[in-house]
Design a protein. Structure first.
Lengths: 319, 607
């Protein structure tokens, strides 16, 4: 169960008094979001070249910062924290890992929006990164964030986290980002037209574009909490089901009201599960996936209450 | 480094190239679900049957109904298991019969479980509405249901715990524990189903406490049962050393009402007259209590009736709450038929068997649960001998030793033709008493047994028939006349040399006032009887007291104790034994049960 004292260190200024009572989920997520939002710029600015005079002339840092700090729900960092809390991981160790996951996610959004890909003009209701900084800087910002994410994990292995554990995280994030994850999912998405959008193809795209990072986020928390292999498998199963449910809900929301997601893309959207099983069928799949995700946590009992509620929140969200 | 197989988070994600050639897309929701399942989703145990209904149904109502149906099945499984184990053990059923019984009881349990599940679902729904956070509702219901199931299971298994051996009791306890755990699981699952069907936004739960509670309840049930088991476990049989004595005791059971004026008359004057209160109005159960010193739940003859279900070789006892279903509903549907209790149903030795085991010559005539007769209890003239002899049937199993049965059979006048109507009843009732008295006198005169018992049911049979509302006036007149004559006959017998007017050292006459009465009277006479006693006497104490007067040690395990008030000072033996031993398993030849039942029915015992 998440408690406030560790997050109190976050420079959000929102917490002034020590608390010893468990927070409820919305409070917890809010505090995670604040902590992550505060830590992300710190991680971006800290480095061997930080403070050099030429920095002010380089347009890449602002682009990277814009890509990273655009408003978001911080779902994946939240998952890192909730998963870590399940195993009693120290919150200060979770923070940088959560930020690394968010960096990769932010990079993927910047790259997805490029004209050569989804060709999106807006993202989260704001102008897409490449429309503000140019396509070249958007590419560089995405690459920078990905590289920085691995750097953050490596740094943690040199300071607060055991090197072997840090390497473990690096390996998982690499899987989730590359040939078995985000990059592959986007590649398949780009090459999947209406005719090729079979049920299995859609599942593969969702599993890689969305599910892989969900799984990595949940695994990060579990690994940092010292989860045993069986526990790790349960958390992974939870994240896998939640990840797919999350994507189906995303698709449904976009189908209902394209403006609600704050994204406007010129490329025709990839067909969704609703094409195969109908909207009601898709909703039922979401319900089942969520319930199975919750069931996967049964071995943890009441300790997993926050993760269970988190799955429900993602299922029932409207934006 | 990573401790799980790599690449862990994508291991189950199929590459597009792995799609089977020609595989078509799912066209239904169910197909989509199966496809996802094959790709690593939906695989974490929610396939638990109770939830499946809620998840698979097209809408919440159907989901709830389906979940309730599956929950009913599981609950019925739990109920049927406990009942089957209890009834099968109480009835000493063979495994095959137990399986058939399980099917019968399962069908009945399904009805009861359906009602329980509906209540449970309603309770879950109400609890959920009554609180903002549904978390924990399933646990609360699991607690309630687990407690109820535990109490019910232990109550159902209690007859077995009380009277059966350690192994049988362990089996009963195991079944009870299984039922509790299953009930807890069903309650939790059903509550979960209700929650899922409700579509609540927040859906968190804490399943562990429910499981822990289930395990705790099962452990408590096992511990309680184990304690009962250890408390009741019969120690090894001890030698029954009888104090040397030449005393003779007689116990006459008069089932039926005798006017006080008759028993107050001089020929029936007794040294002691005490009232008693009955725990059961069933004649078989009550008179077996008198003969064994144990209450019905321990001696095993809980009721007069047994039931033979279609498909079962042996009849079953109506225990563990199955009476209405097995004894009423199924016979009414033509799926079962009644049978009457036999000596096989009695689980503890009767006084004549204890006396015989202690080396005392004993005689019992026409007592309940003496058919089929065997060599465990001295001279036994069974409670079917009269009918067998009258019908000219074989006497195998009707009495022991066979020559005694043959001697007694010669006292019966063969029936030329069935009398019609009430005349048949009167002839049977009075004929049965007359036969019992004559056989008793004959054997007492022959062997002078140290302990002799006779059961006279005529007055009860006639009295019960007279109280039936649909009797005609002429029938009532005939019955009343017969009652009067029978009363005089019995009074004469009681006053005669074989009972109160004889030289027996202790004579006990139990005048029970019939099956509809809740009280009766004990008359005691003879030189061993106390001079003056007031108050009441307990029927379970009669057998130990009678045996104590003959020098037989009292059984510490028997519920009945020696009532020293009833005996002259110094008469009762102080010696005790751990138990009087176990009753030998019943055996003997098989009488056509339908004939036996028909005889009892003709006497008004069975409906």
């Amino acid at each position: 169960m998440l408690h406030s004292p560790a997050l109190r260190a976050a420079p959000s200024g929102q917490e002034t008094e020590p608390r010893t009572v468990p927070l409820d989920l919305p409070q917890t997520l809010s505090r995670v979001r604040s902590a992550v939002d505060a830590r992300l710029p710190e991680l971006l600015e800290r480095g061997p070249t930080a403070g050099l005079p030429g920095d002010v002339l380089d347009p890449l840092p602002p682009a990277a910062r814009d890509a990273l700090l655009s408003p978001g729900k911080r779902v994946r960092p939240g998952l890192v924290f909730l998963s870590g809390a399940l195993f009693g991981a120290k919150e200060e160790r979770l923070l940088d890992a959560a930020c690394a996951v968010e960096m990769v996610h932010a990079a993927s959004l910047a790259l997805d929006d490029l004209p050569s890909m989804d060709d999106a003009t807006t993202r989260r209701g704001r102008l897409a990164l490449h429309t503000v900084h140019g396509e070249d800087l958007a590419i560089l910002a995405g690459v920078t964030l990905i590289v920085r994410a691995f750097g953050v994990l490596a740094d943690s292995g040199l300071s607060s986290t055991r090197p072997a554990t840090a390497l473990d995280l690096v390996s998982r994030l690499a899987d989730a980002s590359g040939l078995w994850g985000l990059a592959s999912g986007q590649s398949l998405d780009l090459r999947t037209g209406e005719a090729e959008a079979s049920f299995d193809r859609l599942e593969t795209i969702h599993a890689r574009k969305t599910g892989a990072l969900f799984v990595a986020a949940a695994e990060f928390g579990a690994v940092l909490g010292g989860a045993r292999p069986k526990e790790l498998a349960a958390v992974r199963s939870y994240a896998k089901n939640v990840g797919l449910a999350f994507q189906i809900v995303d698709d449904l929301l976009e189908r209902q009201d394209p403006a609600r997601t704050g994204k406007h893309a010129r490329r025709a959207p990839t067909p969704t599960f609703a094409r195969h099983v109908g909207e009601e069928g898709a909703r039922r799949l979401v319900r089942e996936l969520t319930l199975h995700a919750i069931e996967a946590l049964e071995p943890f009992g009441a300790r997993a209450a926050h993760l269970c509620e988190f799955a429900s929140l993602l299922r029932d969200r409207t934006a | 480094m990573r401790r799980d197989a790599r690449p862990a988070n994508v291991a189950r994600v199929s590459a597009p190239s792995s799609e089977p050639p020609g595989s078509r897309d799912p066209v239904t929701f169910e197909e989509a679900r199966e496809r996802l399942r094959s790709r690593g989703y939906l695989d974490r145990g929610v396939e638990g049957a109770v939830l499946k209904g809620a998840l698979a149904a097209r809408n919440r109502t159907l989901g709830l109904l389906f979940g309730a149906a599956v929950a009913s099945l599981f609950l019925a499984l739990a109920l049927a298991t406990v009942e089957t184990v209890a009834v099968a053990l109480a009835s000493s059923l063979a495994p095959r019969d137990a399986l058939v019984l399980f099917a019968w009881l399962g069908a009945g349990a399904l009805l009861a479980a359906g009602v329980l599940v509906l209540l449970l679902a309603a309770l879950a729904w109400l609890r959920m509405r009554g609180r903002g956070d549904p978390s924990g509702v399933s646990t609360e219901l699991a607690i309630v249901f687990g407690v109820l199931a535990g109490v019910g299971a232990v109550l159902a298994a209690r007859p077995v715990l009380d009277a059966a051996g350690p192994l049988a009791a362990l089996v009963a306890l195991g079944a009870a524990a299984f039922a509790v755990v299953l009930a807890v699981r069903v309650a939790r699952g059903l509550a979960f189903t209700v929650l899922a069907a409700s579509g609540r936004a927040v859906f968190s739960r804490a399943p562990r406490p429910a499981f822990a509670l289930g395990a705790a309840l099962a452990a408590v049930a096992l511990a309680a049962g184990g304690w009962l088991l250890l408390r009741r476990a019969p120690p090894a049989d001890e030698p029954l050393v009888v104090r040397s004595s030449a005393a003779r005791a007689v116990l006459v059971a008069v089932d039926g009402w005798i006017p006080d004026a008759v028993t107050d008359a001089a020929p029936l004057a007794a040294r002691v007259r005490l009232r008693y209160r009955k725990e059961t109005s069933d004649p078989a159960a009550f008179w077996t209590t008198v003969a064994t010193g144990e209450p019905a739940r321990r001696h095993g003859v809980g009721a007069l009736e047994l039931v033979r279900l279609d498909g079962l070789v042996a009849p079953v006892r109506l225990t563990a709450g199955t009476g209405w279903y097995l004894g009423r509903l199924l016979p009414a549907l033509g799926l079962a038929r009644e049978e009457s209790v036999t000596s096989a149903a009695r689980r503890v030795p009767a006084v004549w068997e204890v006396a015989h085991r202690g080396g005392l010559a004993s005689l019992v005539v026409n007592w309940w649960t003496t058919w089929p007769a065997d060599d465990a209890g001295g001279v036994v003239l069974g409670n079917h001998l009269f009918f067998a002899a009258r019908a000219g049937a074989k006497l195998e199993g009707e009495g022991w030793p066979p020559e005694a049965a043959a001697r007694a059979a010669r006292l019966v006048v063969r029936e030329a033709a069935h009398r019609p109507g009430v005349g048949r009843l009167v002839a049977d009732a009075r004929g049965l008493d007359a036969f019992a008295i004559a056989a008793f006198r004959q054997e007492v005169a022959r062997t002078r047994p140290r302990l002799s018992l006779v059961y006279l049911p005529g007055l009860d049979i006639l009295g019960a028939a007279l109280s039936e509302p649909d009797r005609t006036v002429s029938d009532r007149l005939a019955l009343a006349t017969a009652l009067g004559e029978e009363t005089r006959t019995i009074a004469s017998f009681l006053a005669g040399p074989d009972v109160l007017g004889g030289d027996a050292d202790l004579v006990a006459v139990v005048v029970d006032r019939g099956r509809s009465a809740v009280t009766g009277e004990l008359l005691l006479s003879g030189r061993l009887a106390a001079a003056a006693v007031t108050g009441e006497v307990s029927p379970v104490d009669l057998a130990p007291t009678l045996l104590a007067a003959l020098g037989v040690p009292a059984s510490r395990q028997t519920a009945g104790k020696v009532d020293t008030r009833l005996l002259r000072e110094g008469v009762a033996s102080d010696a005790t034994v751990a138990s009087w031993g176990r009753k030998r398993p019943g055996g003997g030849p098989a009488l056509d049960p339908e004939e036996y039942v028909e005889n009892l029915r003709s006497l008004g015992y069975l409906r």
